[in-house]
Design a protein around this ligand. Structure first.
Ligand code: ATP
Ligand code: MG
Length: 422
């Protein structure tokens, strides 16, 4: 029965005329109408045949085009219900209004470049040139409405612990976009591609989408962070090249194509750190030359040339030094204090504490990164913050002494003071 119904459905155009002819003959015979009478009547109505045929022709054609158009629209990621393609948004909401809102939001994202640069500079310390450059790039690239490729494919290169991963996270945050973060050190085997792009039908995992394909399907505007890209397996590289060149990725389990044209790809790399640092210093005032030299250096260091050719821009990070380290330390302390559900009083970080942290950093030597810094801070202040939190504090000041660092509670004294003065 299940197979018979579609077959009957398909035979409908043939069956219907036969049925109508038979019914007409039956009616003519029952009414005793002669063939001559019919021919005479048909002759009298001759003038109307042309216009009627034309009218039907126009109706049939417009029906055909409407159907084709509706099916095409409905197919775009929508579902099929009882044989009829139906856009769920057309059915359940005002799709046009929603599209206008999205277009408006995209327009608003364009004008935020200066604000974005300022926001990034405030968070990512010591990398002002990179922050400004990336904000400008994003502004220009987001302005291009028609593009068959991702918004941008950027490489952040430079020494460890200088804020590469951190910047990518901040870009996503400041643009209000979803971050899809992939650690490429985990993608160094041949099976890694299935994690990102799904497994072919019949294989384990083919009942769900890959992390990248699924992520992009749900959030096409994502910032895709590919951390330490040089560690990825060549098969994974290949798939990314398609994603960038063709403007889509293919989900292996369903063969569905997911667009990458609204995504921003940020790659990070640790290759050729020493040389790149030197280049960043030597060509500080000449960004074009800096990029050309960096590309050459990365090529010589064995960075996959096909990826290098496909990059829209390379940003080289500088090593953090001098007061930059103190700034990162102060920011980290603030984040840590927030993390314990507390707030730091304005001016509430003892400079002696920052000085101590910087000295520890110097002891580690030139290989020291911001990651070591974060670890030092954790060691020094987490215990006292826990105690302050347990004591019910909300606002604290960090004071350094020979016995270590102490979080002094200031909120209590304030509230006591205000209670006394009332
Ligand atoms: N320039 C910076 N400004 C502010 N915080 C920073 C900066 N650099 C590093 N940090 C802090 O140190 C942490 C580690 O830095 P991040 O992971 O960005 O380093 P990275 O450059 O990606 O290093 P790697 O190459 O080893 O992955 C960050 O989460 C951040 O808290
Ligand atoms: Mg990193």
């Amino acid at each position: 029965m299940k197979n018979l119904l579609p077959l009957l459905n398909r035979l409908m155009p043939v069956m219907m005329p036969i049925l109508i002819i038979l019914l007409t003959l039956q009616a003519l015979m029952s009414l005793h109408i002669s063939l001559d009478g019919i021919i005479q009547t048909l002759g009298r109505a001759r003038a109307f045949y042309g216009p009627i045929a034309l009218l039907f022709g126009v109706m049939a054609l417009s029906g055909f085009f409407f159907d084709r158009h509706a099916t095409k629209r409905a197919r775009r990621g929508l579902r099929r219900k009882r044989g009829i393609f139906m856009d769920v948004l057309a059915r359940l909401t005002n799709r046009k209004a929603l599209e206008e809102m999205l277009a408006q939001e995209q327009k608003e994202a364009l004008i935020d470049a200066d604000e974005l640069a300022a926001g990034l500079r405030a968070r990512v310390i010591g990398q002002d040139a990179v922050c400004e450059d990336i904000a400008q790039q994003l502004r220009r690239r987001l302005a291009l409405h028609i593009r068959g490729k991702p918004v941008g494919i950027f490489l952040l290169a430079g020494p460890p612990g200088t804020g590469k991963t951190y910047l990518a996270k901040q870009v996503a945050r400041q643009l209000g976009r979803k971050l899809l973060h992939f650690d490429m050190t985990q993608m160094s085997n041949a099976f890694a591609a299935t994690q990102l792009f799904g497994s072919p039908k019949g294989y384990v995992g083919s009942d769900s989408f890959g992390k990248l394909t699924g992520g992009l399907k749900e959030f096409p505007d994502s910032v895709v962070l590919l951390d330490e890209i040089e560690k990825a397996h060549p098969d994974v590289f290949k798939k990314f090249l398609t994603a960038w060149n063709d403007g889509h990725v293919t989900e292996a389990s369903t063969g569905e194509q997911v667009s990458t044209t609204r995504a921003i790809f940020i790659l990070t790399s640790n290759i050729a750190t020493e040389e790149l640092t030197e280049i960043a210093q030597n060509f500080e005032g000449d960004p074009d030359r800096m990029r050309a030299e960096s590309t050459e250096t990365l090529r010589k260091a064995g960075f996959a040339p096909e990826i290098l050719n496909r990059l829209d821009r390379i940003f080289v990070f500088r090593r953090l030094e001098g007061l930059d380290l103190a700034r990162v330390a102060a920011l980290e302390i603030e984040i840590m204090i927030d993390g314990y559900g507390l707030r730091v009083e304005p001016g509430g970080i003892d400079p002696a504490l920052l000085f101590q942290i910087m000295q520890r950093q110097q002891k580690i030597g030139s290989g020291a990164s911001a990651r070591d810094l974060v670890r030092s801070i954790e060691d020094m202040i987490s215990e006292t913050l826990i105690i302050a939190r347990q004591g019910g504090a909300t606002l604290v000041r960090l004071v350094s002494s020979q016995d270590g660092v102490k979080a002094e509670v200031t909120a209590e004294s304030e509230s006591t003071r205000s209670r006394l003065s009332n």
